[in-house]
Design a protein around this ligand. Sequence first.
Ligand SMILES: Cc1cc2nc3c(=O)[nH]c(=O)nc-3n(C[C@H](O)[C@H](O)[C@H](O)COP(=O)(O)O)c2cc1C
Length: 144
Amino acid sequence: MANKIAEMFDAELINIEAPKYEIGVTGLVNAAMSFQDHEVEITPQTIDFAKYNKIYLGSPIWFYRPSPSIWKFAENNRFDGKDVVFFNSYNSNYGQNYIDEFKSLVMKHDAKSFEHKAIIRGRMGSQLSTEEFLNEVTTLFAEN
Ligand SMILES: Cc1cc2nc3c(=O)[nH]c(=O)nc-3n(C[C@H](O)[C@H](O)[C@H](O)COP(=O)(O)O)c2cc1C
């Protein structure tokens, strides 16, 4: 999803790495055990957004809420005067209360605006194919 958005807007793409949640069994177990945490080691911890106008922040949805890494990243960073677009993919449901809480955090760090965009991919066995999913991304972000 992030790759597609970056390609659409000819934007710089920066991965937020969290060794604790690396793809694999350990990462999955850690995600299941500490999905409520906002405290996790991430790299990079901060980014100087001065040269950007718009920031797209992405995270999967874990147990109805954005994942720990993106909370930590938002807590660490300033979004002074920037338009922030928060995007997720998810397979069934997310809690609007958690999105609202995340918005409050971003706005508290002085973003100019906050928009939320999410795509439901469906549960295992009845998921959108990669091609269908990326087409949805293109449509959803066309007006940005
Ligand atoms: C630990 C964990 C918890 C999840 N919890 C939810 C959830 O509460 N609601 C939901 O719709 N999807 C949930 N998902 C599915 C992810 O949101 C889905 O995989 C999403 O598209 C992220 O893409 P990725 O798996 O490619 O990172 C969960 C996935 C994991 C690994």
